[in-house]
Design a protein. Structure first.
Length: 431
């Protein structure tokens, strides 16, 4: 059920429900409010800020034919180590090169980032202020990875286990002054970006003043499903290259988790026989759909739950410590799906796989590297995002330059094969 969380908790977490509509925004705290002494009305942060048309856009010449980036929201070095200990050894991600560590600050340089600014840096190579989506520090939109792919007629896909209009996926498809402009971002997702595959957490029609996301998508030619099997069936009845939208999950009912319960249920909390797909199943489905594209594709996969539990750890440190390794293993299972696909359908000569994070959440610290000690992991009293450097793993074209990824914004250069731009400065740069 979508139990409305307490407003104070929502804002403390930065994980708000949609707050903007065509009628305006509530509670948005971007710095787009204009000059307080001016009689000019403040600019509408939800006004779409679309980049120029695709005409004449050149795909970066070094970009791999297939680019797959997996983002662990809030997933730092200790998170991966906890998963490795829980798994009793090697993870799928360990088959990649790395890890290398990079900084995650937002503008002004040195600011601890949120997921919107971080995902904007990964998707566009631009540093920006917290809360912004696909625009730089001046508010100017910048072409994102998916837009480059679309200009080259490559396939595009977005997979997440949080609500689909959350900051991370939206930074790969939209441009907005605020991450909370869900109505505008949903319209950009379906009517402008039009990824071939969109899989993520359900969002109720009541979140929008206009049409719900499913209605909007059907009108735009998407096959829509609320279970993966239903989506497969709908896609089978449609044109082979018709885009697909899957909206899954209603959130878990754990007392801890009900503080914020959008998106797919963490897999460790699901009932037997749950009809929610795993992140790995969604990733496999996306790869099956995209692999038919002769021009290659770009796929973004996000795993949200390590961030959410990191934020909520203050409610129950022991419970958060018990859950954390399994939340990272959800992502590692998706990495395993990607590696299996590369092995059976492609090779690392023309497919680049990158696994990274947007920031560390929670100040998560292991007590010791033994399975019996994982429950003794700790968090500070008010867990939030931290400025800790986070790990990146990669394999494929350009991965030999992995150690030159010094900042979030450098990941964009790696993803697009623009290796001459590496290394960056290790800090956010003003435009
Ligand atoms: Zn967060």
């Amino acid at each position: 059920m979508h139990t409305a969380p307490a407003t104070s908790i929502v804002f403390a977490l930065g994980l708000a429900l949609p707050l903007c509509s065509a009628a305006g925004c509530v509670g948005v705290t971007t710095d787009l409010s204009g000059d307080a002494n001016s009689s000019e009305p403040p600019p509408d942060p939800c006004a779409p800020a679309a980049p120029a048309s695709d005409a004449g856009v050149q795909v970066p010449p070094g970009m791999a034919r297939q680019v797959i980036v997996l983002i662990g929201d809030g997933t730092g070095a200790a998170h991966w180590e906890a998963a490795r200990v829980a798994a009793g050894g090697t993870l799928a991600v360990d088959a990649l090169e790395g890890p290398s560590l990079y900084a995650t600050d937002a503008l002004p340089a040195g600011t601890t980032t949120d997921s919107a600014a971080a995902a904007t840096a990964i998707a566009t190579g631009q540093c920006t202020f917290n809360g912004r989506i696909g625009v730089d520090g001046s508010g100017l939109p910048h072409r994102n990875l998916m837009e480059y792919a679309r200009a080259a007629a490559m396939g595009t896909g977005i997979v997440t286990n949080t609500v689909i209009v959350d900051a991370t996926p939206m930074a790969f498809v939209g441009h907005s002054g605020s991450r909370y402009c869900s109505e505008s971002l949903a319209a950009q997702l379906i009517d402008v970006a039009r990824p071939d595959v969109v899989l993520g957490g359900f969002i109720p029609d009541s979140a929008f003043a206009g049409p719900g996301l499913d209605e909007r998508a059907r009108a735009a030619g998407y096959s829509v499903g609320f279970e993966l099997s239903a989506l497969r069936a709908a896609a089978a009845d449609a044109e082979p290259d018709a885009p697909v939208l899957g909206l899954f999950g209603e959130g878990p009912s754990s007392p801890l988790w009900t503080a914020w319960d959008q998106g797919l249920t963490p897999e460790i909390l699901r009932d037997a026989g749950s009809d929610e797909p795993t992140l790995a199943e969604m990733t496999r489905f996306a790869l099956e759909r995209l692999a038919s594209d002769d021009s290659g594709f770009v796929l973004m996969v996000e795993s949200e739950h390590a961030d959410t539990v990191g934020h909520l750890a203050y409610l129950d440190v022991a419970q958060a410590a018990v859950w954390m390794p399994s939340l990272v293993l959800e992502l590692d299972a998706a990495v395993a799906e990607v590696l299996a696909w590369v092995e059976s359908h492609s090779s690392f000569d023309d497919t680049l796989v990158v696994v990274c994070a947007d920031h560390e959440t929670g100040g998560y610290t292991l007590a010791a590297s033994n399975p019996e000690d994982l429950a003794g992991a700790s968090f500070p009293s008010s867990p939030n995002h931290t400025p800790s450097a986070v790990p990146i793993f990669a394999r494929g074209p350009g991965s030999e330059r992995l150690s030159d990824v010094k900042h979030l914004s450098d990941i964009f250069q790696l993803l697009t094969g623009n290796l001459d731009a590496l290394p960056g400065t290790g800090r956010c740069r003003e435009n």
